[in-house]
Design a binder for this molecule. Sequence first.
Ligand SMILES: NC(=O)C1=CN([C@@H]2O[C@H](COP(=O)(O)OP(=O)(O)OC[C@H]3O[C@@H](n4cnc5c(N)ncnc54)[C@H](OP(=O)(O)O)[C@@H]3O)[C@@H](O)[C@H]2O)C=CC1
Ligand SMILES: N[C@@H](CC=O)C(=O)O
Length: 328
Amino acid sequence: MATIKAAILGFGTVGQGIYHILNEKREELKSKLGLELEVAKILVRDTSKERVPGTAHLLTDNIDDVLSVKGLQVVFEAIVNEEPAFTYLKRAVEHRCHVVTANKVMFAKRGLELQELAKKNGVFVGYEATTAGAVPVIKTMKNILLVNDVSRIQGILNGTSNYILTKMRAEGWSFDEALAEAQRLGYAEADPYNDISGQDAFKKLMILSALAFGEQPNWSDVEVIGIDGISLEQVKEAIDQGLRYRHVAEVEKYPDGTITAKVGPMLVDKEHPLYPIDDVFNAVTMETNYIGTLTLVGPGAGMYPTASVMVEDYAEIIGKRAGFVVSI
Ligand SMILES: NC(=O)C1=CN([C@@H]2O[C@H](COP(=O)(O)OP(=O)(O)OC[C@H]3O[C@@H](n4cnc5c(N)ncnc54)[C@H](OP(=O)(O)O)[C@@H]3O)[C@@H](O)[C@H]2O)C=CC1
Ligand SMILES: N[C@@H](CC=O)C(=O)O
């Protein structure tokens, strides 16, 4: 049975989740995929930090150590920000490795470029985890786009914001208490600015726009408002009126080709489809010509949900190109 060498870039919430799943599911993956996935290197910033027991010998802070692994075939990327992530993945692709990323900040801006480069090098880029966590919105959209045109996408795309708004409403927690708990649970980014300012949802929306429409609106034309201006008093006033705050991202393509988008808080009543979407859940609604309206709901953040879709991405990649991958 072939052994596939894998590397993980970033060993925080998501990176550790990938490592745990590959270990916990080792036998199942062997029998389902017909191969063994071995984590050969893990890239971090600080190699002295105590992490998962038994992994210290795999840690490095040097991408050259990762790319020099003999027979490396797949790189899972779960670090933060555009750089050095893009440069690392570009090098991995040029090295003929498949890459699977959760990094929406990098992918919103450089995703098309990375996919072009991957195509030239005969490898694939998996990016389901960049958008809406474990909700299979990327796969679903890819599966319907051959004959369907998507005209509008609307959804809750940031798990942390939805978690905070839910806890403020249902438990009466302060904004800061709810944010601290979202960080403890691994939902929020280490620097939660992108979560609460709306930037995280914006990046995910741009990834969906690129996939659905083949292009994104001008980023500077998109109004992006976060939940950081919503007070507990406002949440309580909304309850009194039978309303709930949701943080909603939406993008629409008009028949003349114009694309508009906006991201911000919205008050919804109980008739609205986003009204019952609580906690860390995300929801994405797509309006299409043939299917009509399609809505997907599921956990938008967290270690296992996110890491699991990254492993699924890899399985899909090699399912399509099994002969190619196994023979490297
Ligand atoms: N948490 C979640 O639920 C989800 C997260 N994501 C995305 O996944 C990615 C990872 O998120 P998460 O695991 O939560 O983040 P964490 O902050 O928990 O972990 C980030 C990891 O990346 C490493 N890292 C950061 N910068 C560098 C660098 N320049 N070189 C090498 N290593 C680096 C850190 O190393 P060190 O520990 O040494 O500092 C750390 O191990 C992010 O892009 C995030 O947006 C996507 C979907 C859901
Ligand atoms: N911090 C993000 C994690 C997933 O993308 C979120 O809360 O949605």
